[in-house]
Design a protein around this ligand. Structure first.
Ligand code: KG4
Ligand code: ZN
Length: 338
């Protein structure tokens, strides 16, 4: 057997990340999250790009060190080509190109959305890999997609958001409630203490498997503004119930579409990824789906669901086995499609 060491680099949004994978097993997975955006209530592209430039060298050094290898042992360098913020992508792309060139080893370009899905193929004790075909639902602050996965690199987007991502629905509703950024984890925590049916928010009507969350966010905002006018302490007095009701509605939107996707494709194996898959309500809904609808569900280890470089490294490994390499003139693509 070959000894294949791949360095994966991720810099598409606000996390600078590097990971080493050895024959399919993750040796290191380093992430530098950019705290700076918290003050602004969202990711500021200019600041993200600058922080990537500061972080990338130490993050890669740390990934190598934690893996216990040196640069000269690398078999290839894999990086995120897109989609993402252009200024952020450029930092990882340029760094990966020059490193691969300097070491005279192959360069491998990776689609970030494919990587979220293929993270399920990282060797990890206690986690099963999905069998083909399966449905993948990627839910995060930047993405909301349902993808039919026929094989590693044979994927088809069958549903996606036409406006905001589901994570934004959590974050922007949370902002209205004064919960800070990102609000998703806080809503999750408070929702556990509240009544999910206390307040009713209408679900958006979107045809087929597509999603829409911008109307939902506005509905929450108007509802809260109206109630606060009647009772200035409305939020404090009802925070748990509001969070539980918001989360309940969002989960309903996601599971309705999943049910429809299963029906349309006759595929009942479902893998989820992205930061929102940490949500305890969505995890419970998937478990319920196993009992109620006969689904088989896959939830990866948390560190492989949020933006990370291990998912880039596993794709790098799979592409390396295929001999699928990029040229030195490969360009970042902020709108790269699956
Ligand atoms: O994947 P991720 O770390 O970054 C990208 O957006 O790519 O996802 C971050 C998103 C944020 O919107 C955050 O509020 C949400 O995931 N999130 C959650 C939870 N943990 C993170 N949303 C709901 N419940 C959670 N437990
Ligand atoms: Zn992502």
């Amino acid at each position: 057997t070959q000894n294949i060491y791949i360095l994966g680099i991720e810099s598409s949004c606000d996390d600078t990340a590097a990971s080493i994978i050895y024959n399919g097993k993750i040796l290191s997975n380093v992430v530098a999250s950019q705290k700076i955006h918290e003050e602004y209530g969202g990711v500021v592209p200019e600041l993200a790009s600058r922080a990537h430039q500061q972080n990338i060298v130490p993050v890669v050094d740390q990934a190598l060190k934690k893996a216990g290898i040196t640069k000269s042992q690398l078999s290839a360098v894999a990086f995120t080509k897109g989609p993402g913020l252009m200024g952020s992508l450029l930092v990882g792309t340029s760094f990966a190109k020059s490193l691969a060139f300097g070491l005279n080893i192959p360069l491998i370009d990776v689609n970030h959305m494919q990587a979220h899905i293929l993270a399920h193929f990282i060797d990890e004790d206690g986690f099963n890999k999905p069998s083909f075909p399966f449905l993948a639902m990627t839910i995060s602050g930047g993405h909301t997609q349902i993808v039919k996965v026929n094989h590693y690199f044979d994927m088809e987007v069958i549903g996606e958001t036409i406006d905001d991502a589901v994570g934004e629905a959590f974050d922007k509703s949370g902002k209205t409630l004064g919960l800070g950024y990102p609000a998703g984890p806080k809503i999750d925590k408070l929702a556990k203490l509240g009544n999910p049916k206390a307040f009713k928010f209408t679900k958006p009507r979107v045809d087929g498997l597509n999603f829409s969350f911008s109307g939902f966010k506005t509905a929450v905002l108007y509802f809260i503004q109206k109630q606060v006018k009647l009772n200035p302490n409305f939020i404090e007095e009802n925070l748990n119930d509001i969070c539980a009701s918001i989360q309940y509605t969002i989960i309903g939107i996601l599971t309705d579409k999943l049910k429809l996707a299963v029906k349309q494709t006759s595929i009942s194996h479902i893998a989820i990824g992205g930061g929102v898959s940490a949500n305890s309500g969505i995890r419970q809904a998937l478990k319920d789906g196993e009992a109620k609808h006969g689904w088989t569900t896959y939830v990866p280890k948390f560190e492989f669901t949020t933006d990370n470089a291990a998912m880039i490294a596993i794709v790098g490994y799979l592409k390396f086995l295929d001999g699928d390499f990029a040229e030195q003139n490969v360009m970042a693509n902020s709108r790269l499609k699956i």
